[in-house]
Design a binder for this molecule. Structure first.
Ligand SMILES: Nc1ncnc2c1ncn2[C@@H]1O[C@H](COP(=O)(O)OP(=O)(O)OP(=O)(O)O)[C@@H](O)[C@H]1O
Length: 342
């Protein structure tokens, strides 16, 4: 299998008068793991469904590799889709479920079975080939669904909240499995999630969406250390968005970089400890900073224990200059469409 790049050029989706996706530009290089991340209703699923061809594009173009696929039916795009609900056929065993997509494409029976068995091996489910979906756990069904999506050898796999139906323990396990498979197969994955943690753990490219637009598209570490907008800083978590009076605009200060000193220190921001939350390896402090609102600081448990603070106590807040990250607004560079060989 080979990955293909995915390029969205001024892509919009309207439902009647409502704009679900608003003229977005995005380039996902071939073979990358990309997560579309954002709150409910921000347009992630509509974007994914337009790439798959399950939804018409209201405006703009989608290119996969060097082909403009905007008008092509789903089966002609070289994509496969994996859904949140596993959507396995209940009356077919695992092998037949996986082979189903090949039957639809007219592949002969012996080859269908061979390729389906190879896919089950890939997801470590070869010993369950004869079982019905009802005889499998949620995580196992998810693996079979993955094998079924991959059996047609897509160059792009589209995943719509593939982990959200799993319990937290399984979610982390299947997440690692997805990452391993993507690296092994080298095909492009585009994965919709509203979980920051999931996006950070999986992605080469994190695309943060809000209100039908892209707020930032960058590598996970860049999104976390250099969020482009107040929305990204808040959504990705781990940041305070602070608008100091007389400053040059809002800045982001990581919660683990906010300094909290006891008492009143001239020149620092006066605050009061509103809540102390013990979280195991660290302690989270909610701090009432008056006109600046509530700020959050996290301290390793040993630093907190060395000089504990109590609720109601007066403190002073500050940060090193280098830790103040200006939030310039949407500073994502304008994208120039790039064509690559498929
Ligand atoms: N078939 C439809 N008809 C009308 N409006 C729709 C339709 N599908 C989605 N929308 C609207 O378009 C916007 C974007 O929806 P979309 O499903 O793409 O968001 P999402 O980010 O995937 O949300 P979620 O995480 O809740 O699935 C929402 O306001 C939604 O109500």
């Amino acid at each position: 299998m080979r990955g293909a790049s995915v390029e969205l050029v001024r892509v919009s989706k309207h439902y009647g008068n409502a704009v679900a996706v608003d003229a977005i530009d995005l380039h996902v290089p071939a073979g990358q793991y990309c997560c579309l991340l954002g709150p409910s209703g921000c347009g992630k699923t509509s974007t994914l469904r337009m790439i798959a061809g399950h939804e018409t594009i209201s405006d703009g173009d989608i290119l996969i590799g060097s082909r403009n696929v905007s008008e092509l039916p789903p089966a002609a795009r070289g994509t496969a889709m994996m859904f949140q609900s596993y959507a396995l056929f209940p009356h077919l065993n695992c092998l037949d479920n996986v082979a189903f997509g090949l039957r639809m494409r007219g592949v002969a029976k012996a080859e269908r079975r061979e390729r389906a068995a190879a896919m089950l091996r890939l997801v470590h489910m070869e010993n369950y080939a004869g079982r019905l979906p009802s005889q499998l756990s949620g995580g196992q069904q998810q693996r079979v669904a993955l094998a079924r999506a991959l059996v047609t050898e897509p160059s792009v796999l589209l995943l719509d909240e593939p982990l959200s139906a799993l319990d937290p323990f399984l979610r982390v396990q299947v997440r690692a499995e997805l990452k391993r498979l993507q690296a092994e197969l080298g095909i492009t994955f585009i994965h919709v999630t509203h979980s920051q943690e999931e996006a950070m753990a999986l992605s080469d490219l994190v695309v943060v969406m809000n209100g039908g637009r892209i707020e930032q598209a960058a590598e996970a570490r860049a999104v976390f250390t250099r969020p482009a907008t107040p929305f990204v800083a808040r959504f990705i978590g781990g940041h305070n968005v602070v608008d100091v009076p007389g400053g040059a605009g809002p800045i982001a200060v990581r919660t683990d970089r906010l300094r909290v000193l006891p008492g009143t220190v001239p020149g620092l921001i006066p605050a009061r400890v509103a809540m102390v939350e013990y979280q195991g390896s660290f302690v989270q402090l909610r701090l009432d900073a008056g006109p600046l609102g509530e700020l959050v600081a996290i301290l390793p448990d040993n630093s907190f224990d060395a000089a504990p603070l109590r609720e109601g106590e007066a403190v002073s807040l500050g940060w090193d200059g280098a830790e103040a990250h200006p939030l310039h607004g949407n500073n994502a560079p304008a994208r120039v469409p790039v064509l690559e060989e498929n």
